[in-house]
Design a protein around this ligand. Structure first.
Ligand SMILES: *[C@@H]1O[C@H](CO)[C@@H](O)[C@H](O)[C@H]1NC(C)=O
Ligand SMILES: *[C@@H]1O[C@H](CO)[C@@H](O)[C@H](O)[C@H]1NC(C)=O
Ligand SMILES: *[C@@H]1O[C@H](CO)[C@@H](O)[C@H](O)[C@H]1NC(C)=O
Ligand SMILES: *[C@@H]1O[C@H](CO)[C@@H](O)[C@H](O)[C@H]1NC(C)=O
Ligand SMILES: *[C@@H]1O[C@H](CO)[C@@H](O)[C@H](O)[C@H]1NC(C)=O
Ligand SMILES: *[C@@H]1O[C@H](CO)[C@@H](O)[C@H](O)[C@H]1NC(C)=O
Ligand SMILES: *[C@@H]1O[C@H](CO)[C@@H](O)[C@H](O)[C@H]1NC(C)=O
Ligand SMILES: *[C@@H]1O[C@H](CO)[C@@H](O)[C@H](O)[C@H]1NC(C)=O
Ligand SMILES: *[C@@H]1O[C@H](CO)[C@@H](O)[C@H](O)[C@H]1NC(C)=O
Ligand SMILES: *[C@@H]1O[C@H](CO)[C@@H](O)[C@H](O)[C@H]1NC(C)=O
Ligand SMILES: *[C@@H]1O[C@H](CO)[C@@H](O)[C@H](O)[C@H]1NC(C)=O
Ligand SMILES: *[C@@H]1O[C@H](CO)[C@@H](O)[C@H](O)[C@H]1NC(C)=O
Ligand SMILES: [Cu+2]
Length: 586
């Protein structure tokens, strides 16, 4: 018998909860391929003796049979993350919510209970591929009706087919940014050695009004945004009040001299791109979103909303206290967010002196992603079977638009803003049409059907307006085959087809473009949207509908069971509490 407590093996999470199978042969039904076991310092690229960093985790990987179960309860409460009390919506009383831990190949079960009086909810597990489990994607008006409040319940079940770092967040209105979010950490192999896993560093932005209460202002007067009052690191920061007093506390990061620390960055902001750096320390970057990459070293790292980077920091400086900086970007020409988000790195927890002021590097104000050539996936996958003449399949251009009648702002993509109904989500529409050929959707749901007749789908994302947006796709890691801040030129564009970066969020900067590719191999209704919270709410989204026939099979095969009942319960709750949909539905 082996003992395979991977979270224990990396030294931080003494849960010891991984079942030890009697032999690896019996577990995986195959020979012990590599015979090499994970150790974060001496063999980080190994895993369980069979699968490792080179495994194609889109098609293969461990099936452990182990389940991690979580109970999440949403409540409305008052907390003061930065010393200023306000109404928040929190999971189990925490901001961020509890960490979802699992090992590669485990099953995760999350029981959500919504105790809010005046809102539904839906919990999305960002970046989780949901391979054949689209109804578990947690998007209100797409994969489910909202979970009603006052005690409504829903259970999400999915398999961790990828490993690394991500987050979960509400996909109902702008609720995520009132506190309904938390980290996901899935243990697996890594592309470089480390001693300690310090877990997630979640970088948020924060207002002292609730996001929900600001939405109308943002749509009608804020020109699509509002200045954020502050930022938070794992739910903490200081704030300087108008009278000059400082309230709140800085987050602290413990370092051990000469040890290698793994840190899992997640940008959970409503409307802020960050550039991060440690005074007097560089970072070795080992993963972008859920994709392990060939390590590269940098002093400053850009992290767009929804993106994650796993880094390793060598505590090789003189023992002392240092600033960790998360600098909010104005996105070139944009408003300078101007708030001061920092944490303190301490080599000695007993030395609580404030770090010295240093001259930080010039962070600039642009919102460029880490360049494509730095993001080399360790698992090399190429785009094959290209047509003789490359053409994009979907040209998704957007523009900001003001409604002539109401003055309300929205985002038009493919010439109209996205709109889907909380109480009639796409999957419910499909489940009402199981015997029909193909479901008829409202044009504003922006459903783009993709079938396996095309080996690869190429989507061009661009604007002529010079606005900057982080683009996120559900159900896939997309391949970035082109990205530039120059306008797209179809006659000269050459896609990168050899081991392009893969991830689930990438930036479109200014009047530039992004060309992504993916294989429609996952039946479901998958949202593609801008991850700026206001913009999603204002209609910046489309839905890719993959294999409607196979999706119907999933819905009749059990996963559709709760859909109709939840929708009926939601309608009753919304009517009783007078809740009206006030946004795009996603
Ligand atoms: C599998 O690998 C382990 C080393 O991690 C080794 O002890 C064991 O004998 C191997 N099993 C087989 C069947 O090769
Ligand atoms: C994902 O589902 C497909 C079937 O649609 C299957 O072939 C593939 O192995 C699955 N991937 C993983 C990692 O289980
Ligand atoms: C979740 O709640 C159920 C019902 O109250 C309880 O039986 C179970 O032990 C809880 N599970 C965890 C992991 O807290
Ligand atoms: C972070 O904020 C929470 C309240 O939101 C508080 O309970 C906790 O003590 C704070 N942590 C630090 C390090 O200040
Ligand atoms: C939270 O509580 C506040 C204050 O009672 C209330 O105004 C607000 O509507 C509540 N929010 C939700 C989502 O129930
Ligand atoms: C934010 O809340 C304060 C205090 O309740 C209020 O005066 C202000 O108008 C609100 N701001 C916006 C933009 O709604
Ligand atoms: C940290 O770096 C700054 C320059 O950025 C330098 O002035 C300072 O001496 C360094 N501190 C230590 C403790 O090495
Ligand atoms: C980390 O820093 C220490 C002290 O400077 C050095 O000895 C060690 O080689 C470094 N480790 C790595 C992996 O760079
Ligand atoms: C605490 O750390 C600072 C450097 O950040 C150092 O100057 C100071 O001497 C230390 N204090 C003690 C008591 O070690
Ligand atoms: C910090 O101080 C406490 C109490 O004096 C002591 O027990 C502990 O060992 C100290 N920790 C370190 C890392 O020096
Ligand atoms: C589909 O057809 C079957 C057999 O004709 C029928 O029993 C079932 O009620 C139909 N389902 C729907 C959703 O119309
Ligand atoms: C996909 O298949 C449906 C019918 O199942 C068809 O109506 C549609 O045109 C196809 N779309 C593409 C892009 O091939
Ligand atoms: Cu946007």
């Amino acid at each position: 018998m082996h003992s395979h407590s991977f979270w224990r093996a990396i030294g931080l999470f003494g849960v010891g909860a991984v079942a030890a199978p009697s032999t690896w042969q019996s577990l995986h039904g195959r020979a012990n391929a590599t015979g090499c076991k994970f150790d974060s310092l001496s063999s980080p690229t190994c895993w369980d003796g069979v699968f490792d960093l080179k495994t194609n985790y889109y098609t293969d990987g461990p099936k452990t049979g182990k389940t991690w179960e979580y109970n999440f309860t949403l409540t409305n409460m008052t907390v003061a993350p930065d010393g200023i009390p306000r109404t928040v919506l929190a999971i189990n009383g925490q901001i961020p919510g509890p960490t979802i831990h699992a090992n590669w190949g485990d099953t995760v079960v999350v029981h959500v209970e919504n105790m809010l009086d005046y809102a539904g909810t839906a919990l999305h597990f960002h970046g989780i591929r949901q391979n054949n489990t689209n109804p578990m994607d947690g998007v209100a008006s797409v994969t489910q009706c909202p979970i009603p409040g006052s005690g409504g319940k829903m259970t999400y079940t999915w398999v961790a087919t990828q490993y690394g770092t991500s987050w979960y967040h509400s996909h109902y209105g702008v609720q995520a940014w009132d506190g309904v979010f938390g980290p996901i950490e899935i243990a697996g192999p890594a592309s470089a050695s480390y001693n300690k896993d310090l877990g997630a560093i979640m970088l948020s932005d924060w207002t002292h009004n609730t996001s929900e209460s600001l939405l109308e202002y943002v749509n009608t007067q804020g020109y699509g945004g509002v200045p954020m009052n502050n930022g938070l690191i794992n739910g903490n920061n200081t704030y300087v009040k108008a009278d000059g007093t400082t309230v709140g506390k800085r987050w602290e990061i413990p370092f051990e001299k000469d040890k290698l620390h793994r840190i899992r960055f997640v940008n959970t902001a409503m409307d802020t791109m960050y550039k991060v750096s440690f005074d007097n320390h560089s970072m070795q970057v080992i993963a972008a979103d859920f994709v392990p990459i060939e390590p590269f070293t940098t002093n400053v790292l850009s992290i767009a909303i929804g993106q994650r980077y796993d880094v390793i920091v060598n505590a090789s400086a003189a023992a002392g206290n240092y600033w960790f900086r998360a600098v909010p970007m104005g996105c070139g020409g944009g408003q300078d967010p101007g708030f001061d988000l920092r944490a303190i790195v301490r080599y000695d927890p007993n030395n609580t002196s404030t770090p010295a002021e240093t001259n930080p590097p010039d962070f600039g104000s642009d919102c460029h992603d880490t360049p494509m050539d730095k993001l080399k996936p360790v698992l090399q996958l190429d785009i094959t079977h290209l047509p003789a003449k490359f053409e994009v399949d979907h040209d998704l251009a957007w523009a900001m638009h003001n409604d002539e009648n109401t003055g309300a702002l929205d985002w038009e993509i493919q010439t109209q803003p996205y709109l889907s109904q909380w109480d009639h989500p796409a999957l419910q529409q499909i489940s009402e049409n199981l015997n029909g050929s193909s479901t008829v959707f409202d044009p504003r749901q922006q459903v783009i059907r993709v079938n396996d007749t095309h080996q690869w789908i190429f989507a061009l994302l661009r604007t002529v307006e010079g606005t900057t947006h982080p683009i996120h796709l559900h159900g896939h890691d997309f391949y970035i085959v082109g990205q530039s801040d120059e306008p797209f030129n179809a006659s000269t564009f050459v896609p990168q087809t050899v081991n392009p970066p893969r991830r689930d969020v990438a930036m479109v900067v200014d009047s530039g473009y992004l060309v992504i590719a993916f294989q429609p191999d996952n039946p479901g209704a998958w949202l593609l949207h801008c991850h700026i919270g206001w913009h999603t709410s204002e209609g910046f989204a489309v839905t890719f509908l993959e294999h409607e026939d196979r999706l119907k099979g999933l819905l009749t095969g059990g996963q559709g069971g709760a859909l109709t009942k939840n929708c009926d319960d939601w309608k009753g709750f919304a009517e009783k509490q007078g809740i009206k949909q006030n946004d795009s539905g996603v």
